[in-house]
Design a binder for this molecule. Structure first.
Ligand code: COA
Length: 178
């Protein structure tokens, strides 16, 4: 998905090398909040780190193993969404997403997820989308529940974030019946 206009003020664009400075500035300005649930924030210390992330995402996209899109709201980058891994053999997408706090509370991520998951089911031909959300991440859980995900298991010590190891509720969304 190179570019997708969701509405006049909201757009997904595939992250490109020229977005590295804007992406880093967004992470840097919001690191205190983002580091609560995102393990990569503390390792993102300079523009080159965001550039490396984008370059790696583009390599993975070329092999249809992953992709990362930026979320632009009213012309400004406010977050990102993508598949961290696409398991083509099992036909499962493993997405991830985040928004700067100033862009939260408006339903932006719900709309972006709907676009990315429709693309996954119709273009990437996955049968299932699986995501882990930390048990304490109430806002993250509200989004997946709103989107119709069902909790399928609990993974203990799934990830290490700023506060230490966290457990994940594992959620699954199955391809809608046509
Ligand atoms: C997870 C995260 C993206 C959720 O952000 P969000 O803004 O709550 O996402 P949503 O799109 O689901 O928006 C829901 C909010 O918008 C409001 N809203 C307004 N219009 C809406 C609409 N048309 N549709 C849905 N929600 C709408 C809802 O009431 C809700 O606000 P509330 O929680 O204050 O009641 C954000 O908290 C985040 O980036 N967290 C850190 C990273 C993270 O946890 N990522 C997910 C790990 S899997």
């Amino acid at each position: 998905m190179l570019r997708h206009k969701i509405n006049p003020g909201l757009e997904l664009r595939l992250l490109q090398p020229e977005h590295a400075a804007e992406l880093f500035a967004l992470v840097d300005a919001n690191r205190a909040s983002l580091r609560e649930w995102l393990p990569w924030v503390d390792a993102t210390l300079k523009v080159a780190d965001s550039g490396k992330f984008i370059a790696e995402a583009l390599r993975e996209r070329a092999a249809t193993r992953a992709f990362q899109s930026g979320i632009w709201s009213m012309g400004s980058l406010v977050g990102a969404i993508g598949h961290n891994r696409i398991d083509q053999a099992a036909r499962i997408g493993f997405p991830g997403w985040w928004l700067a706090p100033s862009a939260q509370g408006q339903g932006i991520m719900t709309q972006c997820c709907q676009v990315v998951f429709t693309h996954a089911f119709t273009q990437l031909l996955v049968n299932r989308i699986v995501v882990g959300v930390a048990t304490g991440n109430v806002r993250g859980q509200a989004t997946v529940k709103r989107l119709g995900f069902k909790q399928i298991s609990l993974l203990k010590n799934a990830e290490v974030v700023a506060s230490g190891g966290v457990d994940h509720f594992i959620y699954s969304l199955v391809r809608p019946v046509a």
